[in-house]
Design a protein around this ligand. Structure first.
Ligand code: NAD
Length: 275
């Protein structure tokens, strides 16, 4: 090979990923990543090369240490997503600290359990505000920011990815969790609506529906030996999931490998919905 052919070989653009799942150079905003599924997803995205902005109510130093051990940046942001009025302010705080958001993972969520006959308005509002209203308005703020990036960067802009964490109760009714079922069914609908409005603008909106995962969210279920046994028996994979089980789906949906995937809710459930 001549010297000139080497010097004229097309250089790889610094912004184009080497591998379709490579997230190097991407900044991912992950809500509620101090523990559980959010922590599993933040670490998986960092393993694939992304820097992480962790939006949490409380200390996320354990996740920060795991992300930093992978050689990635972890930017901590403190915010309470039950306060739905402040999503534009929250994003301003994120952008001041991190500059740009390429990937949003709406993971933060809570659950309240009581019979539908007794369910309180307080438990309704708490879950709907955190799991659905904040998810919508944070997505709106991030999508506006992504479209500003698109306008400023033109052909250099690599597109935006929004991933919501849905649930099996996006597909099924559940029992004793009315506001959670309403919110997570709403998340599936909003995933489709946002995809319909934003797909042509270069933003992919998709969701992941975790099955039964061992986190704080399912502690009460796991302590009820009868319920825990019934659940385990019904999972084709024969085990509960771990937070790390969600990592692959998150990396896929955050990456250019998913550029033509829009409005889909991907179950990662050990086969539960196939049953
Ligand atoms: P978890 O309780 O361990 O984590 C929930 C996260 O959300 C925590 O980081 C918490 O601090 C954060 N959060 C809650 N309220 C917040 C607020 N007001 N402001 C900021 N952050 C807040 O539970 P998890 O199972 O890891 O849950 C993560 C997501 O996965 C939730 O949306 C949950 O509904 C969903 N999910 C969980 C399961 C499961 O089996 N564990 C199944 C389906 C869906």
């Amino acid at each position: 090979m001549s010297h000139s052919s080497i010097s004229h070989a097309p250089a790889q653009a610094p912004s184009s990923p080497r591998h379709p799942f490579d997230l190097q150079g991407r900044v991912a905003l992950v809500t509620g990543c101090n523990t559980g599924i959010g922590a599993g997803i933040a670490v998986a995205l960092a393993q694939a090369g992304a820097d992480i902005v962790g939006l949490n109510r409380s200390d996320a130093s354990q996740t920060a240490a795991q992300v930093q051990a992978l050689g990635r940046r972890f930017v901590p942001i403190q915010a309470d997503l039950s306060r739905t009025e402040a999503m534009a302010d929250v994003l301003a705080q994120v952008l001041a600290a991190a500059g740009q958001v390429d990937i949003l993972v709406n993971n933060a969520g809570i659950i309240r359990r009581a019979d539908a006959l007794d369910f309180s308005e307080e438990d309704w509002d708490a879950v709907m505000n955190t799991n659905l209203k904040s998810l919508f308005f944070l997505s709106q703020a991030v999508a506006r920011h992504m479209l500003d990036c698109a306008a400023q960067q033109g052909a250099q802009w690599r597109g935006g990815k929004i991933i919501h964490i849905a649930s099996l109760l996006s597909f099924q009714g559940g029992v004793r969790v009315p506001s959670y079922t309403a919110a997570k069914s709403g998340v599936l609908g909003l995933t489709r609506l946002m995809a319909n409005e934003w797909a042509a603008k270069g933003i992919n909106v998709n969701a992941i529906a975790p099955g039964y995962i061992e986190t704080n969210n399912t502690e009460a279920l796991r302590q009820d030996a009868g319920r825990a046994g019934e659940i385990l028996q019904r999972i084709p994979a024969g085990r509960w999931g771990q937070p790390a089980d969600l990592g692959g789906a998150a990396v896929f949906l955050a990456s250019s490998a998913a550029d033509y995937v829009h409005g889909h809710t991907l179950a990662v459930d050990g086969g539960w919905l196939a049953r």
